[in-house]
Design a protein around this ligand. Structure first.
Ligand SMILES: Cc1cc2nc3c(=O)[nH]c(=O)nc-3n(C[C@H](O)[C@H](O)[C@H](O)COP(=O)(O)O)c2cc1C
Length: 423
């Protein structure tokens, strides 16, 4: 199937999907695009900067920790109360005590939130050790209790962001009935297990299964590094939308580019100077929001975000950015690497620690096709190994067999007729 036909097919499926599952926060005829919540990154200034570059359909705050008598973090609250981007904001909560989580959900509903989102994916050992975030997935009955209690406490929209399980994708089968039973309003699936953390390829087949069985919209998350990867993930999962995290830090135009590709337009071509203007704007916006501005602390804060942005700009720039301490040096590094009209590389380097395992998504092949190719390769390797063994270990048998049958077998596996190796 050609790429265009595949995209047309995917779009027509969405048309149907949206007519049936109308939710007032979903766009019509295009996939929903969501900025992933990211601690210490997706704050109010970041949301502003990203919204000016096309931006997502809605935001989710970084997680608000909930424990006995905790109050919502005031800085995170500002990304709801002072958000003038015009996009809805979901407040995300994380914790292990269902009663406390309900208390926080009620408190947050007093603000102008689009809904409450439950974090069931954080892989941090501290968080998991307290049976919160991804740690809760080890105990499906506790997930059931938590989701049920929150559903009762939340009058508006209640969404969940989950991984496929704690250690094994098979655990997902026990989670899906829980989400269905409590009629959540949306499910975002970071298509890895908690143990996978961030490095492995994602597993679109599991997301597709959820999209097929659940009544609520399913949003696919993980490894969308460019517009093509986004459309491929949508085609492979049949999800109603995409949530994008690291890819959006590195390329804040990614939402607009995905929409353009969906409308049959060429995605906006970007230069390094565009990236420089994004960095400068982010620097200013974050500075504006910082109460007692301290240059060194500010540069340290920027570096957390910059580590994602500099991926692909060369080893030298990456190293310099890790060492930088002052504003002057910060902008000197940025300008020397970016004050030019060179085109921006579309994808980050594949083997970087912060981005990896996304190669599969750049390939429009479906998961089933991919598995068939992998199985063929596996058989071919075993077959060749067996032929090699016979040749070296049992020359007599080899001489008896070297007629034609093995060449036919090889032709079957490889899809072409192999030539005789040697006489
Ligand atoms: C720096 C960082 C902070 C994150 N913080 C949160 C968070 O607060 N809540 C959450 O649900 N996920 C959090 N995540 C996970 C992301 O939302 C997302 O699921 C993950 O990065 C995979 O998506 P991506 O490949 O598009 O980045 C965080 C990820 C990163 C890299």
């Amino acid at each position: 199937m050609s790429k265009k036909t595949e995209q047309a097919l995917v779009q027509s499926v969405w048309g149907w999907h949206f007519n049936l599952l109308v939710r007032d926060f979903l766009p019509k005829n295009l996939p929903a695009l969501v900025l992933a919540p990211m601690q210490h990154v997706t704050d109010l200034p970041f949301m502003r900067v990203i919204a000016r570059r096309g931006g997502p359909d809605w935001f989710v705050t970084e997680f608000i920790r909930v424990h006995a008598n905790s109050r919502a973090d005031r800085y995170i609250l500002r990304s709801i109360t002072e958000n003038q981007t015009g996009r809805p904001v979901f407040a995300q909560i994380i914790g292990s005590d269902a009663a406390e989580m309900c208390r926080m959900a009620r408190e947050l509903q007093r603000y102008d939130v689009a809904g409450i989102d439950l974090n069931l994916g954080c892989p941090s050992p501290t968080v998991c050790g307290k049976s919160a975030g991804g740690g809760l997935l080890r105990n499906p009955p506790a997930v059931d209790e938590m989701v049920g209690a929150l559903r009762d406490a939340i009058a508006g929209k209640f969404t969940v962001k989950t991984r496929l399980g704690f250690a094994d994708e098979a655990e997902f089968d026990s989670l899906l009935p829980i989400f269905q039973k409590h009629a959540i309003d949306g499910l975002t699936i970071h298509a890895r297990t908690v143990v996978d953390r961030y490095q492995t390829p994602v597993r679109p087949v599991a997301v597709r299964r959820a999209a097929e069985v659940l009544h609520c919209p399913v949003v696919a998350n993980g490894n969308v590094v460019n517009a093509q990867a986004g459309w491929n993930l949508l085609a492979k999962t049949q999800a109603a939308g995409l949530m994008i995290g690291r890819g959006a830090i590195r390329n804040p135009w990614i939402f607009e580019q995905i929409r353009h590709v969906g409308q049959g337009l060429a995605p906006k071509a970007l230069t390094r100077r565009d990236l420089l203007s994004y960095i400068s704007e982010l620097y200013e916006e974050i500075a504006k929001e910082t109460r007692d501005f301290d240059e060194k602390l500010h540069v340290q804060r920027m570096k957390k975000t910059m580590l994602y942005i500099v991926q692909g700009l060369g080893e030298e720039t990456e190293q310099a950015m890790r060492r930088v301490a002052t504003e002057v040096d910060f902008f000197a590094i940025c300008e020397s690497a970016l004050d030019n009209s060179c085109p921006l590389t579309d994808v980050p380097p594949e083997q970087s620690k912060l981005f990896c395992g996304f190669r599969d998504l750049l390939n429009p092949r479906s998961e089933v096709e991919r598995q068939i190719v992998a199985a063929k390769l596996w058989c071919a390797r075993r077959f060749m190994a067996a032929v090699g063994c016979i040749q070296w270990c049992c020359p007599k048998v080899w001489n008896a067999l070297r007629g034609k049958w093995w060449r036919r077998m090889a032709a079957l596996y490889f899809g072409f007729r192999v030539k005789r190796w040697k006489k």
